[in-house]
Design a protein around this ligand. Structure first.
Ligand SMILES: CC(C)(COP(=O)(O)OP(=O)(O)OC[C@H]1O[C@@H](n2cnc3c(N)ncnc32)[C@H](O)[C@@H]1OP(=O)(O)O)[C@@H](O)C(=O)NCCC(=O)NCCS
Length: 372
């Protein structure tokens, strides 16, 4: 769940928003030309590396990844090839190599995507993400260290079509991690287990949702209508994939304590819990996740400082039938996805759904993170 970006790669949400508007489609020729240039850079590190270990070799080791796995999964074969490359060209060379792998994958996935039966809007979100990722590589926009594991894992998983952009969140095929069962509170254990067994129908395969703070077009959709649109897309994916039992995600922002401190975020939990999904306590947040929770909110920072709020991670799980039924009800309410009851009004007034406000300029780090 956690993938941290070096400080200089983080940016203010206002910058995210302006970048969100600026991604035009990227032509395959442009990607291919960038790949050639990258090959030239890598040859400066080691003339024979790409002859003995072309990008395709690495790509072929990504292909047998299990169908149900986290985006952060790395196989021993990929670790090994990374070790060998790093020994030959150092970490900076390995990063260039990983960039080449990403561009190779983007070229392949741009073509493959058209042959999939994914809905057109998801294909177009993939195209946006490919553009964003390729552009960052072409412009060398990321700080040293980003193209090393685990930092670039989410973007790699997008390029392999494993992590599916669906709007405000991205989803992958995964299962509930077993470690979650160790943390469920004993007084809710029976109820939670029976929900997972009888309502969800098992702990895998499920779609797992993730926030991707590096994707500005996704982050501007962080409002009730954006989430409704996302859940409607997941419902569609579930309909197309009858074997997938539902959706889950975990975050500080599902915490019921926010009802008291940040009531405008309560919709994140109630959209699920009032429509057949369940909330399950996991644990107090890790340090990085606590930083996420406190980053943009003076109120949460104050409450935390006064001992009134401890950022806590909760799981939400939404069984497929209940989610599909919700989407049916929502679409019958009008042309767009329904706005949930607990709407946070300011974000609803933007014509394109983008929030009209600027974030507070003085949050603790002034930086963006990519976690979730
Ligand atoms: C998750 C996240 C996108 C939610 O953002 P959000 O919808 O703006 O909600 P937040 O409560 O965080 O908003 C921060 C501040 O902006 C204010 N705000 C929110 N919407 C506003 C609006 N429309 N107009 C004016 N101010 C607004 C809030 O009041 C809050 O300040 P306060 O709590 O001191 O009052 C944001 O907190 C974030 O990017 N966090 C870091 C990354 C992260 O947590 N990722 C998820 C990991 S699982």
């Amino acid at each position: 769940m956690v993938s941290e970006v070096p400080d200089s790669d983080r940016e203010l949400p206002s910058q995210q928003r302006s970048r969100a508007a600026s991604h035009a489609g990227l032509a395959p020729d442009t990607v291919a030309a960038a790949l050639d240039r990258l090959g030239g850079h890598i040859s400066e590190f080691d003339q024979r590396l790409l002859i003995e270990c072309p990008f395709d070799h690495y790509v072929r080791r990504l292909d047998p990844y299990p169908a149900i796995a986290s985006y952060s999964h790395i196989s021993p074969a990929v670790k090994e090839i990374g070790r060998i490359i790093s020994e030959r060209v150092g970490e900076r060379g390995l990063e260039r190599y990983h960039q080449g792998v990403m561009l190779t994958l983007i070229l392949r996935s741009m073509a493959r995507l058209q042959a999939t039966n994914l809905p057109e809007d998801i294909k177009s979100l993939f195209a946006d993400n490919f553009s964003r990722i390729a552009r960052n590589i072409v412009r060398d926009a990321d700080s040293p260290g980003f193209y090393l594991y685990p930092n670039f894992s989410k973007e790699l998983a997008i390029c392999t079509l494993r992590l599916i952009p669906a709007g405000v969140q991205k989803v992958e095929l995964n299962g509930l991690p077993r470690r979650y069962f160790l943390t469920i509170r004993s007084r809710t254990l029976l109820g939670s287990l029976s929900f997972l067994a009888f309502h969800l129908g098992g702990i895998k395969p499920l779609y797992e949702m993730h926030t991707d703070s590096r994707d500005p077009k996704a982050m501007v959709l962080f409002h009730p209508a954006g989430w409704a649109q996302f859940y409607a897309r997941v419902a569609r994916l579930l309909e197309m994939n009858p074997g997938v039992k539902g959706l889950f995600g975990s975050s500080w922002f599902f915490d019921p304590a926010l009802e008291r401190i940040s009531p405008e975020l309560a919709y994140l939990r109630t959209m699920v819990t009032e429509n057949g999904g369940r909330l399950i306590y996991l644990r107090p947040c890790s340090q990085t996740s606590r930083e996420d929770a406190l980053m943009y909110s003076a109120k949460r920072r104050k409450a935390f400082g006064e001992g009134q709020y401890v950022p806590t991670e909760y799981l939400v799980a939404w069984p497929r039938r209940a989610l599909i039924d919700w989407a049916g009800r929502a679409s019958s309410m009008g042309p767009g996805p329904a706005v949930p009851r607990h709407e946070h009004s300011p974000v609803m007034s933007g014509q394109d759904g983008a929030r009209p406000k600027e974030r507070p300029a003085s949050h603790p780090s002034g930086k963006e993170v990519t976690r979730g």
